[in-house]
Design a protein around this ligand. Structure first.
Ligand SMILES: *Cc1c(COP(=O)(O)O)cnc(C)c1O
Length: 355
């Protein structure tokens, strides 16, 4: 990409990478040496800079803290056998960040700031990218309102920040999920389709209640009838019923996951039937009773595939076929891993190498 973006770079004088085994660190708590920041003020994007990872100087009145004008993205960089670092579909994260920005009355982030901010960080911090089979560097771009003002209105100043952290071995235990029919994640006309901070805060209490009952996650249902399933935790939800891959169709209550799109694309490449439509919990229970509910799983950047091995609904548990018996989702998981590691043909040009 041609760029005129001028990033002022202050390198760390003492890398911390040697303090960790990046292939084996707990996720989300250890951050790479550098971070990227671009500031927005006076109606335009100002100087962009990279600095050693550090705290934000801010006012206690900073508007993001009070009214939640805050959005984020989540994406990963992978290291192949040759040591080259590539990103998985970063263009899709870029577009989605700006979809979130528009809905939250925030300025859109220019593509050269987003992409070159990530590229420059990855060049500086490539030693932080795990090379293990399931490892990656998790990238967290986020945009926050920074006005020092307590008044409910769109902020006039913002910071776009990118921090990264190694995700050494990512392994997800199969999960049991509870169909939630009281609390809701997203409403029609709301912000469920964007990655806005408030969506996640509101989900924690119902998730805690489900965990107290022995489930790991909830399945969110629609706000009007509580009958149609939407997502599982912070993942999109998929089923294999008979030989068809079925997932809730996109709407303003469903986050348009990049993993979701990748899974559906692979399914279509393989000639499977794919349906994106409303799915009622009664249809799932009926398929279970007929023995044709073969797979259920969540999908998202963090886990890629999280196998669902049991569904609780209305006081009853419905155990699902064993993970070993599943054909589609393990094949998707393996194919995506091979594409990311550069071992399989990247037909859809999903991987973007750091230049
Ligand atoms: C981020 C997210 C997903 C998954 O999106 P990916 O692009 O696949 O990571 C699904 N649901 C919600 C609510 C999310 O926030």
């Amino acid at each position: 990409m041609v760029t005129t973006l001028d990033i002022s770079i202050e390198k760390t004088t003492k890398s911390r990478v040697g303090e960790y085994d990046v292939n084996d660190v707990p996720f989300g708590k250890c951050f790479s040496d550098h971070m990227f920041v671009a500031e927005y003020a006076d109606g335009k994007w100002q100087q962009a800079y990279i600095k050693p990872y550090q705290d934000i100087p801010m006012s206690y009145a900073m508007s993001a803290l009070h009214y939640g004008q805050a959005i984020f993205e989540g994406m990963k960089a992978y290291k192949n056998e040759k040591g080259e670092v590539s990103l998985f579909r970063p263009d899709a994260n870029f577009r989605r960040l700006n979809k979130s920005a528009i809905r939250m009355a925030m300025p859109e982030v220019p593509e050269d700031i987003f992409m070159n901010g990530i590229f420059e960080l990855l060049r500086l911090d490539s030693a932080w990218v795990p090379s293990s089979e399931t490892g990656s560097l998790y990238i967290r771009p986020f945009l926050i309102a920074t006005d020092e003002a307590i008044g409910v209105k769109a902020s006039e100043t913002y910071k776009f920040i990118i921090i990264t952290c190694p995700a050494g071995k990512y392994y997800t235990e199969p999960i049991k999920v509870l169909v939630e029919t009281n609390y809701i994640r997203a409403v029609k006309g709301g912000i469920g389709f964007v990655k806005a901070a408030g969506n996640y805060g509101r989900s924690l209490y119902p998730t805690k209640l489900a965990q107290q009952k022995g489930y790991q996650q909830v399945i969110w249902t629609d706000s009007e009838t509580h009958q149609y399933v939407e997502e599982s935790g912070t993942m999109n939800l998929m089923f294999v019923i008979g030989d068809t891959v079925v997932t809730p169709g996109l709407s303003d209550t469903i986050l348009s996951g990049i993993t979701r799109d990748s899974v559906l694309t692979l399914a279509r490449d393989w000639g499977l039937r794919v349906e994106e439509r409303k799915i009622s919990i009664f249809e799932i229970i009926e398929a279970h009773e007929k023995g044709i509910l073969k797979e259920a799983f969540g999908c998202g950047t963090a886990a890629t595939i999280a196998q669902i091995v049991g569904i609780g609904y209305n006081g009853k548990d419905y155990p699902l076929p064993s993970v070993e018996s599943r054909k589609f989702s393990p094949k998707v998981d393996e194919t995506l891993r091979n594409i990311r590691k550069g071992r399989e043909k990247d037909q859809h040009q999903w991987m973007v190498k750091v230049p």
